[in-house]
Design a protein around this ligand. Structure first.
Ligand code: NDP
Length: 477
């Protein structure tokens, strides 16, 4: 059965369908999905525009109930939905279920936020005048998501958009439509009025572009690559619309001489290789001071030898496959580039054969890398990391900040002085002390600086900044 797009409350088949393939076993077709056209995208935008006046004035209890019901169903079906996610994206079952739980928690959080909407009442600077400051929804919000978090990223954009009274046109990455289809189906059955949430699965260059080109999309929230992010920005300036971008990272993880070696190695392996290194918060630059360098590299090699890379759904798998052939080619190209640049491939980097045909890659660790090499400057987005040797903390901090990106930044140290200094001086939106650079909470702000992000933060109460617009009203008493 072909899973359809949702436009104006109706499931629409479209003229074409595409297949969702399991990266752990390319013979396994996860499902077939209707491919939306540019006209479908325009119909979805028109439906969202028509639904906006009523939804923007809907009662908070109605919104609360729909988001709450959605959270409950996602959490009740976490094993099934987590399995679907791992089957289509390739992260391990534990990671797939964990991400699904997080999506449920996000809907639960924003169900609560509906009940906490508030404004401010202030005295005017002039006598006998009152001032009210309120937040209003922005309008039609376009949501464009990447393939690497197939349920969490859609959840952290859709939930606040609906909570604050916006209507939505949602385009998930074509590589992973299954999880997105599932949450739209849940929201639809939870009672959303027609046109409030529209799903258009299909190519970014067609469906996404139609969203960018429409004057009726009042805000776009985008997560994905830097290149596409720039297109979103340019088109949004053209239409004078609000936009929010979460893009790539080249996140540093600093290991100081005084670090607990066990803590440092666990955090580095998690940062660099879990979820197959396909996280925008993954660390691919391990910046290590001289005194611990050789012990750290030896311990990383030992730990990496013990990692189980296999079918994402198999019990015991710690690292699943790369998401598809083109991402695998990108990873192996960067491994070749690293060698040409003079870094030493100390461990891994080979293609692996498993029981089923899939995109299996042994995580790769380079040593003798410098921060000027392409493997240290460009986002690889796979299980490939480099060790950069530095003299001391000051050099480590300088190297950590010497990057066009600024999403997450980590340090392993037992020194309060260095931990405190690093938290203050790391040029990143998120800082981790003795923790992996990836792995964040659902109820606090998420986002970066420099080339990684643009606009206000996502998640938690800070999400209100993007999904609402502020009004200041004056009344003569
Ligand atoms: P892409 O930029 O290729 O795709 C992201 C989304 O944009 C997809 O839905 C894609 O559609 C769509 N898209 C592509 N072209 C256009 C267009 N012309 N107009 C509108 N939309 C378009 O990124 P990936 O999916 O390949 O994701 C990987 C990248 O995302 C990495 O660089 C990673 O760092 C970054 N990322 C950043 C995160 C963050 O929060 N900072 C989180 C997760 C990922 P389709 O693919 O269906 O064609």
């Amino acid at each position: 059965m072909v899973q359809k797009n949702l436009i104006d409350g109706e499931w629409i088949a479209g003229s074409e369908a595409f297949r969702n393939i399991n990266p752990s076993d390319t013979n396994d077709v996860v499902g077939e999905y209707a491919r939306a056209s540019a006209d479908d995208a325009r119909a979805a935008i028109a439906a969202a525009k028509a639904a906006f006046p009523a939804w923007s004035r809907s009662g908070i209890l109605e919104r609360h109930a729909i988001l709450r019901k959605t959270a409950d169903e996602i959490l009740a079906r976490k094993d099934e939905l987590g399995r679907l996610l791992s089957r289509e994206e390739g992260k391990t079952l534990a990671e797939g279920i964990g991400e699904t739980v997080r999506a449920g928690q996000i809907f639960d959080f924003f169900a609560g936020e509906c009940l906490r909407l508030a404004g401010e009442v202030l005295p005017s600077a002039r006598p006998n005048i009152g001032v009210e400051i309120t937040r209003e929804p922005v309008g039609v919000v376009g949501i464009i998501t990447p393939w690497n978090f197939p349920i969490a990223i859609p959840a952290w954009k859709i939930a606040p958009a609906l909570c604050y009274g916006n209507t939505v046109v949602f385009k998930p990455a074509e590589l992973v439509p299954g999880s997105s289809w599932a949450i739209v189906d849940i929201l639809h059955r939870a009672g959303l009025p027609k046109g409030v949430l529209n799903l258009v699965m299909g190519k970014g260059s067609v469906v996404g572009q139609a969203m960018l080109d429409s004057p009726d999309v009042h805000a776009i929230t985008f997560t994905g690559s830097t290149g596409t992010g720039k297109r979103v920005a340019l088109a949004s300036v053209e239409h004078n619309r609000k936009y929010q971008l979460e893009m790539g990272g080249k996140n540093p993880f600093v290991v100081l001489d005084d670090a607990d070696l066990g803590v440092a190695v666990e955090a580095a392996v998690n940062s660099a290789f879990f979820s197959t290194g396909q996280r925008c918060t993954a660390s691919s630059r391990l910046i290590v001071t001289e005194g611990i360098h050789d012990r750290f590299v030896a311990a990383m090699g030992e730990r990496m030898k013990g990692l189980t890379i296999d079918d994402a759904l198999k019990a015991g798998t710690q690292i699943g496959p790369v998401v598809d052939q083109s991402q695998l080619n990108q990873d192996t190209d960067y491994i070749a580039i690293g060698k040409q640049e003079g870094a030493k491939l100390a461990f891994g980097g080979e293609l692996l054969k498993r029981d089923t045909p899939g995109f299996y890659l042994q995580p790769a660790l380079f040593t003798e890398a410098t921060n000027a090499m392409r493997i240290s400057r460009e986002e690889i987005f796979g299980p490939v990391a480099s060790v950069i040797r530095v003299r001391d903390y000051d050099e480590a901090l300088a190297v950590a900040n010497d990057t066009p990106f600024g999403l997450s930044s980590g340090i392993a140290t037992t020194s309060l002085k260095h931990a405190t200094h690093f938290k203050r001086n790391a040029e990143a939106g998120m800082v981790m002390v003795n923790l992996p650079t990836a792995g964040v909470d659902f109820h606090v702000p998420f986002g970066g600086r420099k080339g990684s992000s643009h606009g206000s933060r996502e998640q938690g109460r800070y999400a209100a900044e993007f999904y609402t617009t502020v009004k200041t009203a004056y009344t003569l008493a």
